[in-house]
Design a protein around this ligand. Sequence first.
Ligand SMILES: CC(C)(COP(=O)(O)OP(=O)(O)OC[C@H]1O[C@@H](n2cnc3c(N)ncnc32)[C@H](O)[C@@H]1OP(=O)(O)O)[C@@H](O)C(=O)NCCC(=O)NCCS
Length: 165
Amino acid sequence: MTSPLFDISLEQPEDRAETEMLAAQAFGPGRFTRTAFRLREGRDAELHLSFVARKGAVMVGSVKLTRIKVGEKPGLLLGPLVVAPNTKNQGVGQALLNRAVEAARQEQEAFILLVGDHSYYARAGFEQVPSGTLILPGPADPARILVCYLEEDARKTHMGAVTRW
Ligand SMILES: CC(C)(COP(=O)(O)OP(=O)(O)OC[C@H]1O[C@@H](n2cnc3c(N)ncnc32)[C@H](O)[C@@H]1OP(=O)(O)O)[C@@H](O)C(=O)NCCC(=O)NCCS
């Protein structure tokens, strides 16, 4: 996607250091203890479903999707979604989010799970997971466990342990 303000493109292997700097800026060292981080640990993001935003040559945003399973059902975990502090509220986050969801839909993925603020992610089609249906590998506020079903069947089977895949 191209807007007058920023460009969105697929993440490339050489973008990794910059995306990690954005995440470090946003979340600090505490990011390594987050439950979502534990699910991503040791597993590379799916680069064909992960995107970066740039203003000119400068990276101003990043979103990654990583493979997970809920019970036996394969799907995706979204995160981190991060936008550079000096570029917030310009639509970069929503554009990255929409692009990642659309790419996963086109690849016929079943669902995207994330831990985040419902009021932000609802705009991209995420809903709260019914409390008590998922077992995560660490603590998470149940109100912040969100899912976007890309395949209607995924809703019926969406319960159990969330694991790396
Ligand atoms: C959250 C984040 C990705 C939003 O990116 P952004 O590019 O600034 O957001 P957008 O421009 O697409 O959207 C801005 C809108 O979202 C709202 N918004 C931003 N963060 C929000 C949040 N955490 N909860 C609810 N609404 C939020 C803004 O108030 C604004 O609302 P408006 O359109 O009604 O004015 C960005 O602030 C960020 O990187 N934060 C730090 C990392 C983080 O928290 N990532 C999300 C992990 S769950």
